[in-house]
Each structure stands twice: as C-alpha cells, then as structure tokens.
Design a protein around this ligand. Structure first.
Ligand SMILES: O=C(O)CCC(=O)C(=O)O
Length: 343
C-alpha cells in the first residue's frame, strides 16, 4: 500500500522549504513552504513574537506543517546523537536483563521491537549526565534550546495555537530508523477535530538526506477539506486525490525541524539500503497538547510511564529549564520528575 501511495504522489512531490513572506500559496513551489497565508488569516501568536515566528504560525495554521531551520545548535545536535545512542544501548541492555521493562523504554513489548524502526522514550535528564553529576547534560541543553521563551521552537509551542504556557507536555522521544526500513502508509497521528490537539516537532540530530528516509506531508489535510474527506473515504477517491495532491518532503540538516499539526496526513519514506545511501536516522521528537481540544486524541503520550498524565506544562518545564538544576527535584504535583521509568 505504501509503495502504491508513493507512486501516486511521485509526480507532485517537492522538498519542503521555509515559508516566504508575501507569496501566494498557489505560486509557492513547495506546498509545505508556501508563504503569504497571513493575508486575512487568523493569527494566534500569544506573546509578542518575531515576524518569522508569525509567518511560521500562519503556515502551520494554513498548511498544517512548517519547516523550521536551526532550532538546535550544531554542537547540541551532535551531543544529542551521542546521548541518544548511549540511551539506546543502555535500554537494549536493560531489556535483555528484564524484557518486561521494554514498554517503559520503547513503548512496545520486547518481542515486537522492530530492528529497523522504533521509538526510544527519553528521560528528561539523560542517564549519562545523571551518573556524571552534570545538571546540564545534552538533553537538558537541547530542551533549553527548544523550549525556552524566545527560542525558535519555544515561541511556536508557546503560541496560543498550541495552547501557550498551559500546553501539556506529551511526547519526548527519539525516532530511529535504519537502512532498509520500509515506507509508512500515509496516516494522521490524531483524528480531525476542529481545534488542533497536538503539535509535534521532528528535529534532526544529524543531516538527513532523502535516502535515509524523509517525512512526506500532504499540506492542508489537517482541515476538513474535500481532500481530507477523500482520504477518509479510501479506495478510488483516495487514489485520485493522491494522484493530484502536491506533497512536501523534508530534507533536514542537523538542528533543523519540521513542526506539524498532528492532524496533518504524512508518512515516513523508506530508509534505503546502505548501498543506496540509507543509514541510521535519529530524530529528536517533542510534542505538546493544546488542552482546548476536547475530542479524542487517538494518540497516547509517547512518554516514559511515570511522566504521563501528570499535567506537566510547557510553563513548568520552562521554569525548570531556567533553574540551575532542572528536573532534579519535584514537579508541581509534589512527585519527583525522576527518570520516568516507574510504572
Ligand atoms: O518516519 C517518519 O518520518 C514519520 C514517522 C511517523 O509518522 C510515525 O511514526 O507515526
């Protein structure tokens, strides 16, 4: 099915570009990178934000997805690769000794871990830095660069569109694919409801060429449009829509992100064989929930178990990140942040 979808989209797919001010959507080369959506668009930036952030918010509202370069510094991105690889080997070792711990670390039981594609649920403070007594390990630094007020991504998550400071922390994970991982079917992560419930950032920790797997997005499909309805109908209606639809795929440099409204249709493309340029792809993933969306989310939090359903907000995370020892003590519910592994 995924390969049929690829063939249908192929003629009309473009690399996603940054939004450009003042351009009309229909003239934009990249469906995901079109600008000018602000003309008459309802903007919900929340606090005072830059012109670039406003444009990104407008693009998120109109397209459901926006390419955002440079959310992580190159050094932090490189440190995160090392940290995530370290966490991955610790997690593999831990579940070899105790397979029952797999769900807390990988979100799936040990016997269904896919060697080529999967999620690694991350702690707020990586184990390596906790052991070294370093309060400012790579994960804390990455979270500061992504979530603090005035940062590129922080201003998007902190906007009214995503729920502002009350937005609830929902995913903290690394997505790993390896050479040979197949393409995903087109899907949404949260079903359509009028108010967008979940916003996610896929952040590249190293350069991700198309051959290592991109994410292809169908811009505008976060709305209840004829295209979206054709997708839901399936069969021929869906195939006709896909054969006409302009799609945008990500080719990310280390530190770049794609931010999306999780109602938007998308799919991970194949990570090709090593001989064809495939290889390990690691994305750092952050999601926040807009509490104003009251419908079903259809997507459980991708968080370690004891971080879930505690109502930890963006505002609270920012306070922690401003402190000298983030996440070392208790959260506002009086329970330690900890490593999130307790069931
Ligand atoms: O691999 C990707 O780029 C997309 C992953 C994704 O959409 C998913 O796991 O739901």
């Amino acid at each position: 099915m995924a390969d049929d979808e690829r063939d249908l989209l192929e003629q009309n797919t473009y690399p996603m570009l940054e939004p450009v001010p003042g351009k009309k959507k229909s003239k934009a080369r990249s469906a995901g990178g079109g600008g000018g959506f602000g003309v008459g668009a309802k903007i919900a930036p929340g606090p005072v934000v830059s012109t670039a952030t406003k444009l990104r918010l407008e693009t998120l509202q109109s397209e459901g997805v926006c390419y955002v370069p440079g959310v992580l510094g190159k050094d932090t991105a490189a440190d995160m690769i090392e940290t995530v690889q370290g966490e991955l080997s610790r997690a593999m070792k831990a579940i070899k000794e105790d397979p029952a711990g797999s769900v807390a670390r990988f979100n799936v039981p040990a016997d269904v871990i896919d060697p080529l594609r999967g999620y690694l649920l991350l702690p707020l403070r990586d184990e390596g830095s906790v052991e070294a007594g370093d309060p400012n390990g790579a994960t804390v630094r990455a979270l500061r660069e992504c979530l603090s007020t005035g940062t590129v991504l922080g201003d998007l998550f902190g906007s009214d569109l995503c729920g502002g400071g009350d937005a609830e922390w929902y995913d903290l994970t690394a997505l790993r694919t390896e050479a040979g991982a197949t393409r995903q079917p087109i899907h949404y992560d949260t079903p359509y409801q009028k108010v967008p419930g979940l916003f996610c950032a896929f952040i590249a920790m190293s350069d991700v060429e198309y051959s290592k797997g991109a994410t292809v997005f169908l811009p505008g499909t976060h709305k209840n449009t004829a295209e979206r309805r054709a997708f839901e109908e399936g069969g021929e209606a869906k195939d006709v829509m896909l054969s006409k639809k302009r799609s945008a795929h990500t080719v990310l440099k280390a530190g770049d992100a794609v931010v999306f409204d999780m109602r938007t249709l998308h799919a991970g493309t194949a990570n090709l064989a090593l001989s064809e340029g495939g290889g390990q792809r690691l994305l750092f993933i952050l999601t926040f929930r807009n509490r104003k969306a009251t419908g079903t989310l259809g997507h459980a939090p991708n968080l370690r178990p004891s971080y879930r359903h505690r109502g930890i907000t963006l505002g609270e995370m920012r306070e922690e990140l401003d402190s000298p020892e983030p996440f070392a003590g208790d959260a506002s519910d009086g329970v330690p942040f900890g490593d999130g592994l307790q069931q």
